[in-house]
Ligand binder design. Sequence first.
Ligand SMILES: [Zn+2]
Length: 299
Amino acid sequence: MLEFEERFRTEEACVEYLFHLRWPEGFQCPRCGHGKAWPMRRDLYRCVRCRFETSVTAGTIFQDTKKPLRLWFRAIWHLTSQKYGANALGLQRVLDLGCYQTAWTWLHKLRCAMVRPGRDRLSGTAQVDEAYIGGKKPGKRGRGAEGKALVVVIVEIKEGNIGRIRLKRVQDASGPSLEGAVKEGVGPGSTVHTDGWEGYGRLSELGYAHEVVRKEAAVGKNLLPKVNRVVALLKRWLLGTYQGGIHLSHLDYYLDEFTFRFNRRTSRSRGKLFYRLVEQAVAIDPVPGHNIRKGFANP
Ligand SMILES: [Zn+2]
């Protein structure tokens, strides 16, 4: 914490940090490609040759922010240094933000940055099953259950242990929905373990080595063991961090945050997690506030 405060004490330090993330090989003018620029006010740089002005935050989630980057960095630090995550009220308190809505919007923008653009798909062997999130009673397979969201859980198996995961909310447990989730999460040629549900029936036609490891198929219970473990952790996390108070229309964000944390659960250093999140915040496109309020994870 001290080290963090020391490092990002000034606005200039934050701008410099972003500068190196955006232009690791040195400045490059987006218009003429020239390699030299004059620093202007705040995070603006003017190309020495064509005089085009470009900002370090243009095209990132920090674009057009009226708040100091210092505050954003503290928000990211807070989010990545909490073992289980942060809620808006906690962030508002830590940053001393006047407005709850700001804290809430920031958290959602940062969650968008937790999905790495163009992230790679899982490979090798993966276990796939679906679970219901939200609501009290177990749902019926094949049709939507009220107050619940159906989530496809994909778990990479590494030497018998759980590797990385992918989570994808789907409309229903039909073939097209499940196939879409598998295609998005698992690379072709991989081995996919499922139960005997007919929705997975075409996976071998799609280029996967499909193995039915359990004949019976009942969604929401009797999950395949590795998936079951991940779902238990996910549910506990949702309850613990958000007191179960999440709205299902925003579930995608929470799934992204959980995936981000889970897949980096072994990175010992908090600093690394911080670095990753800032790096990804620079790499993704700006997230307009109105998209967040409508509950679209990907604008
Ligand atoms: Zn230029």
